[in-house]
Design a protein around this ligand. Structure first.
Ligand code: NAP
Length: 247
């Protein structure tokens, strides 16, 4: 398999897109560290599923927005797996409200998880990838970074920042054998979109040329591609998985 012998860390691997990424990378032969914040049982279930597929897997708790929490988790992962070759910065939250009603807490909590989270994880793991001259950094951004979205100024800023982060790191580490790319999903069927009103989702379906929401595995396939040796000359890119909603 193309990722035999590699170790992946997926943040927010317990549910939704992160869970699908864990499965896709394990299908490609990678061992997987499954990060979660609250859903211990779900994360352990994912790890069990991956082990049944024949790879090594374990669930690790950490709130990625907290630097100390993150570094304790990275130490645990190092003790268990020895290294990390592929990082998927997937953990994310929404706290939607139109800007004029948005509180400082709603603004900062989204930036903390969706932007400081990737900072904490990446700064802990990028040096060892560069040292080994091989690494894959994959950031899950969003269509909202490209289009904007009513009620999501905090989320759009965080995801837009993640695209800028992706392109900048891609330039900084390209010569060190590490690629850095982003995947920008449109609207995907997960717990995150389950919180959106039926009317709003109907409108999204109408506006999407493919007439439907995406499935988590449709995002995970792009992540698997970016992690694989086949993507060795791909860096600094944003791959859109959105059914044509944004072209
Ligand atoms: P989801 O179903 O709500 O799952 C979120 C995941 O993130 C869970 O595993 C959760 O862990 C984890 N998480 C949240 N806060 C965390 C923290 N502070 N530390 C560690 N883990 C944390 O979300 P999703 O729809 O799969 O979204 C995954 C990513 O794709 C997010 O970055 C999201 O912004 C992005 N995205 C989603 C869509 C969409 O339509 N669904 C579209 C574009 C982009 P627990 O289970 O432990 O809570």
């Amino acid at each position: 398999m193309e990722l035999d012998g590699k170790v992946s860390l997926i943040t927010g691997g317990s549910r939704g897109i992160g869970r699908a990424c864990c499965i896709a990378l394990a299908e490609a032969g990678s061992d997987v560290a499954v990060n979660y914040q609250n859903s211990k049982e779900a994360a352990e279930q994912v790890a069990n599923e991956l082990m049944a597929m024949g790879v090594k897997a374990k669930a690790f708790q950490a709130d990625v927005s907290q630097e100390e929490d993150t570094s304790i988790m990275i130490e645990q992962i190092m003790n268990e797996f020895g290294r990390v070759d592929i990082v998927v910065n997937n953990a994310g939250i929404t706290r939607d409200r139109s800007f004029m009603k948005m509180t400082s807490d709603q603004w900062h909590s989204v930036l903390l998880v969706n932007l400081d989270g990737p900072f904490n994880i990446t700064s802990a793991l990028l040096p060892q990838m560069c040292e080994r001259k091989w690494g894959r950094l994959i950031n899950i951004t969003s269509i909202v970074a490209q289009m904007g979205n009513f009620g999501q100024s905090n989320y759009a800023v965080a995801k837009g920042g993640l695209i800028a982060f992706t392109k900048t790191l891609a330039r900084e580490v390209a010569a060190k054998g590490v690629t850095c790319n982003a995947v920008a999903p449109g609207f995907i069927e997960t717990d995150m979109t389950a919180a959106v009103s039926t009317e709003a989702l109907d409108m999204v379906r109408k506006m999407t040329p493919m007439g439907r929401l995406g499935k988590p595995y449709e995002v995970a396939r792009a992540v698997r591609f970016l992690a694989a040796p086949q993507a060795s000359f791909v860096t600094g890119q944003v791959i859109n998985i959105n059914g044509g909603l944004y072209m």
